[in-house]
Write a protein that binds this ligand. Structure first.
Ligand SMILES: Cc1cc2nc3c(=O)[nH]c(=O)nc-3n(C[C@H](O)[C@H](O)[C@H](O)COP(=O)(O)OP(=O)(O)OC[C@H]3O[C@@H](n4cnc5c(N)ncnc54)[C@H](O)[C@@H]3O)c2cc1C
Length: 297
């Protein structure tokens, strides 16, 4: 099938984009076109207007300030994957980017498009929920900031209004000083370039990586494709904080993750299987995060 007819608009500034979103009815933003084109070709979306963000150069950047890293919505997966700044400060993000599909999708797809799509299997939504990121939304009326864990409301349904776009995302860096931190993003996939069955995003900060038994000061666990939204599991985090990592702690966290997730069954993975994978992948991802936290010295 081919998409229904639409008018293509290619603004060159953010102000022009915001004006078009007010002016045009039935308009959809176009970023990397790695998801929207498929949806439109199947006529699951039939917008009258596409507002193409590819001419707005100042929406693509990765920047660090005193206490956060900010990423513009039009930053491509490839840029995140190769960012030295992210590799140093928030290594979960390049690891998540590198596992998205194949090079063709990563060269065009953007972080803003991934969050805009809001698929619960998406890599960045889970990573941003784990890292307590914030979404910076913009409309003709001004800006507003929404914590990632409040943005995703239900299956592919978000807090974004029709006249708004995601301008950028930010992630606080203070909780995770590189010398005491380990992060991991672990996916189970049936085939290299497909969407994951389940993914686990974890981060750990230890008190002293040189100690015999470093104590876990901060633990984050979020799952993708394990519920209708990206899912953080605070009970499992709390079960680990304040103690060195132990087999008993990991077992308790695994049990709590398995109990917390509410995945939909799929053709290749029924609900019970996905629950089990969520627990096991959270555990493996925690182990990797911990190894990385104590390896950094
Ligand atoms: C074969 C294949 C495998 C994939 N596997 C994975 C995977 O494993 N993990 C994963 O995370 N993703 C995966 N993806 C999706 C990929 O990450 C897409 O690039 C992404 O979901 C959409 O980004 P895009 O820039 O192409 O957005 P588009 O397709 O252009 O847009 C997607 C949606 O987001 C909206 N949008 C775009 N930009 C904004 C903005 N700034 N503000 C608000 N709304 C906006 C659009 O209006 C549209 O509704 C896969 C895609 C393919 C084709």
């Amino acid at each position: 099938m081919k998409p229904a007819p639409f008018t293509h608009h290619r603004p060159e500034s953010l102000e022009e984009v915001l004006e078009l979103l007010v002016e045009l009815e039935e308009a959809e933003l176009l970023a990397g076109n790695q998801s929207l084109g498929i949806v439109m070709a199947n006529r699951l979306a039939t917008p009258d207007h596409l507002v193409d963000l590819n001419g707005v150069d100042d929406l693509a950047y990765v920047e660090e300030t005193d206490d956060e890293v900010r990423i513009g919505a039009m930053t491509r997966h490839r840029t995140l994957e190769r960012s030295d700044l992210l590799a140093e400060r928030l290594p979960m993000l390049p690891e998540a980017a590198a596992q998205i599909a194949g090079p063709a999708v990563r060269n065009r797809g953007t972080i803003g498009g991934s969050i805009g799509e809001a698929d619960p299997a998406g890599n960045y939504p889970a990573a941003l929920v784990a890292l307590e990121g914030t979404l910076h939304l913009r409309s003709g009326d001004g800006s507003r900031d929404v914590p990632a864990d409040e943005y995703f409301i239900a299956y592919m349904f978000t807090d974004l209004r029709e006249d708004e776009l995601i301008e950028s995302v930010s992630v606080p860096t203070d909780p995770f000083p590189p010398a005491r931190t380990g992060m991991a993003f672990l996916e189970l996939k049936r085939a290299a370039q497909t969407w994951p069955t389940v993914s686990a995003a974890t981060a750990i900060r230890v008190d002293d990586p040189d100690a015999d038994d470093p104590v876990l000061e901060d633990v984050r666990i979020a799952l993708a494709n394990a519920a209708d939204v990206p899912l953080r599991v605070p009970d499992a985090e709390e079960a680990l904080v304040g103690e060195p990592l132990s087999d008993a702690g990991l077992e308790e966290a695994t049990t709590l993750v398995t109990a917390a997730v509410k995945p939909e069954g799929e053709m290749h993975a029924d609900r019970e299987y996905k629950e089990e994978v969520a627990g096991e992948y959270a555990k493996r991802s925690l182990e990797t995060s911990y190894e990385r936290a104590i390896e950094t010295q």
